[in-house]
Design a protein around this ligand. Sequence first.
Ligand code: ADP
Ligand code: ADP
Length: 224
Amino acid sequence: TPAIRIENLGKTYAGGKRALDGVSLEVKQGEFFGLLGPNGAGKSTLINILAGLVGKSEGKVDIWGFDIDQHPRNAKLSIGIVPQEILFDPFFTPREALEIQAGLYGVPPGERRSDELLGAMGLTDKAHAYSRTLSGGMKRRLLVAKAMVHSPPILVLDEPTAGVDIELRQQLWAYVKELHASGVTVILTTHYLEEAEQLCERIAIINHGKVVANEPTKTLLSRA
Ligand code: ADP
Ligand code: ADP
């Protein structure tokens, strides 16, 4: 079973904007997959469909073998999403945010990993600070920790380095690489080719809602 299978996915927003048009993609289990494309290409729309935040207009999506229409709960439990927008309650502390997220995903108190995740993301010192006092990079890393509370086999990061300074980027990537090495399937969207080519084993390029390339990174670069 592929980690993700997308067949003929289409999305037309209310108002008529065709954001995705006949997208088919497969991401293998354990792969580090990059979804590359310019602003407005449809990357966030695709991620938001995987996250269950946006409904698709047509096509079929399986996450970890679960059809998102027929088995939405199993599909959702199989994926952790780091959204592009930084959204969480500014008056909760990072530790509270992780505990609440764990509760939402039904992780029993004895199996929670809040402190471990805070440590991995370099947020131990900020565990009990209000989230609104975190820097942009810290907020981004808190979102990564949040996405991993239920230990999903797939982690999706939507433009994760936007607003994150160089040093913290390295820290973020070190953690994501560690997750990948431990077997987690990683999907990354970016509009930076350099970022994708350094990290991803396979890169799909989308433009105007269509897949225009989908190849192992080496093959793609040898023709660039
Ligand atoms: P990016 O191109 O970096 O994804 P955008 O500015 O296109 O950022 O979009 C930011 C958010 O605003 C997206 O999450 C999207 O849902 C929303 N958005 C973008 N374009 C429109 C639009 N035409 N109408 C309504 N919402 C939009
Ligand atoms: P990307 O993430 O690659 O920048 P998006 O998926 O955010 O692209 O956007 C794809 C297209 O759909 C853009 O033209 C954007 O303006 C439009 N769009 C995104 N969200 C909405 C929305 N909620 N309503 C209408 N149009 C949208």
